[in-house]
Design a protein around this ligand. Structure first.
Ligand SMILES: Cc1cc2nc3c(=O)[nH]c(=O)nc-3n(C[C@H](O)[C@H](O)[C@H](O)COP(=O)(O)OP(=O)(O)OC[C@H]3O[C@@H](n4cnc5c(N)ncnc54)[C@H](O)[C@@H]3O)c2cc1C
Length: 428
């Protein structure tokens, strides 16, 4: 097998999901020479369909708001909760809190959404190589990452060399698995089983595109996300032992057993027809021990993944991709792509994840309910909403201090900073 070495790029991005496309586009907009390798041909299937209002600002910077407005993606004005008995709460409309057009967001078909982002990167001069799978990190004699070894669609080996490499490989977590950096969140250890329904019931008017979170006993929950083409995405998240309890192994049987437990979910899905396969995923929440090493930076799910109950994944992918693009631009401009250049980047991304993570922990705490919390601390409604819509770069301490009355709020995880090599290691 011959190996082709491709000329030097300023930046090489691995992975063409929301984080990778965004980082690549931002760098190209800064005038950098960027290549992106993506394993799959697009469009390709992906889970993660419900956006947060604050996705707006990164999409705006990428020049995509008009395309989103003209898209077939259902408009999402709210999130609503359904009790274990099937009782619907009053929807939580974002516009009641925030007078901005971003208060309306979207439920996206990821195959179309991700293709739109990748096409946009290509239009901004990012060189896109699809069906090209990164296999190994290339390193200098000093151990600095200098690109990747990949295999293209024809099965030929290729080496891509770049001043800096950005890992945006999602939950495949390319660098994390090779470097042994994966640290699982000790408590958020759930699994998800999901599928799709055609013609399932949609609520009326503004609520047609709402995300519904419906509870099942033992702190499991369903998502119910209306999609284009009369499809609805429906999934359950719960402890593995609970879902596989009683020796049941068939995903369709487990799913049907849980659907029957919540009358709202049973009624809404019952009006439609289940289509396609059942999907399952585990290893829910993790964060990489490091966000960067010399010549390499991690972004999106390739850096950290958080339980999806508040639909924060695509927002964090877009935002961290944007921040990685800007941090890499600053490092390139300074002529220094060592890990230390990404200290602030890592700290800011962790700060945003920590705010969501605290909210996720409260959600799973049996003593906690939004209703009881807001009855006792009504003045916290603004802070809570800011967190739920993705305005994560602000001081939430007062709210989380108040929440300790109802739930155990976790301390921030200690890891996620860049790997700064001690001088003795350099040159190994
Ligand atoms: C069950 C579940 C439900 C979810 N629901 C939501 C939701 O409702 N809302 C929400 O916002 N988020 C949700 N998420 C999270 C969301 O899916 C992710 O956070 C988001 O897709 C992360 O984007 P990314 O760009 O980091 O990674 P990805 O979108 O996964 O993109 C990574 C890309 O890298 C490519 N790749 C991987 N390895 C290689 C390689 N070696 N070489 C080349 N290319 C490679 C892959 O093909 C892929 O295209 C959910 C996640 C799960 C598991």
């Amino acid at each position: 097998m011959t190996t082709t070495t491709t000329a030097n790029y300023d930046a090489l991005v691995i992975g063409g999901g929301p984080a990778g496309s965004t980082a690549a586009t931002v760098l190209a907009m800064h005038g950098r020479r960027v290549a992106l390798v993506e394993r799959e041909p697009f469009p390709r299937y992906h889970i993660g369909e419900s956006l947060l209002p604050y996705c707006y600002f990164t999409l705006d910077r990428l020049g995509l708001i008009e395309k989103m407005k003209q898209s077939h993606f259902p408009k999402k004005y709210s999130v609503q909760f359904v009790s274990t008995e099937g009782k619907l709460s009053v929807p939580f409309y974002f516009f009641q809190h925030w007078d901005h057009e971003a208060a309306m967001t979207w439920q996206v078909l990821r195959s179309d959404f991700d293709r739109m982002l990748l096409d946009n990167a290509r239009e901004r001069s990012v060189e896109i190589l699809q069906q090209t799978t990164a296999r190994e990190l290339l390193r200098s004699a000093e151990g600095v990452v200098t690109g990747v070894k990949a295999v293209d669609a024809a099965g030929d080996a290729r080496e891509f060399r770049a001043t800096i490499t950005i890992d945006a490989t999602g939950r495949d977590a390319f660098a994390v698995s090779r470097n042994g950096w994966k640290v699982r969140d000790p408590y958020l250890n759930k699994i998800a089983i999901w599928t799709y329904f055609e013609g399932a019931k949609r609520d009326e008017g503004l609520d047609e595109g709402a995300t519904t979170v419906a509870f099942v006993q033992d702190k499991g929950w369903f998502w119910y996300i209306p999609l284009p083409n009369n499809m609805v995405s429906v999934g359950i998240v719960a402890e593995k032992d609970y879902l596989y309890g009683g020796g049941m192994r068939e995903l369709s049987e487990i799913f049907a057993r849980e659907v029957a437990k919540n009358p709202w979910i049973a009624g809404h899905t019952g009006a439609g027809k289940q289509t396609g396969e059942y999907w399952v995923t585990g290893e829910f929440s993790y964060r990489s021990r490091h966000c960067a090493e010399d010549g390499l930076v991690l972004t999106g799910d390739a850096f950290a993944f958080l339980d999806p109950v508040f639909s924060s994944g695509v927002f964090l992918a877009l935002k961290s991709g944007e921040m990685a693009g800007d941090a890499v631009e600053a490092a390139l401009a300074a002529g220094d792509v060592s890990a230390g250049q990404f200290t602030e980047y890592g700290a800011k991304v962790c700060e945003a994840i920590e705010a969501m993570r605290k909210l996720v922990y409260s959600f799973y705490n049996e003593r906690f309910s939004f209703k009881d919390f807001l009855m006792e601390f009504p003045h916290m409604k603004g802070d809570l909403t800011e967190c739920l819509i993705g305005n994560l770069f602000r001081d939430f301490d007062p709210m989380f201090n108040a929440m300790t009355k109802f739930a155990d709020i976790p301390a921030p995880l200690p890891h996620g900073a860049p790997l700064e090599r001690v001088p003795a290691e350099a040159g190994r």
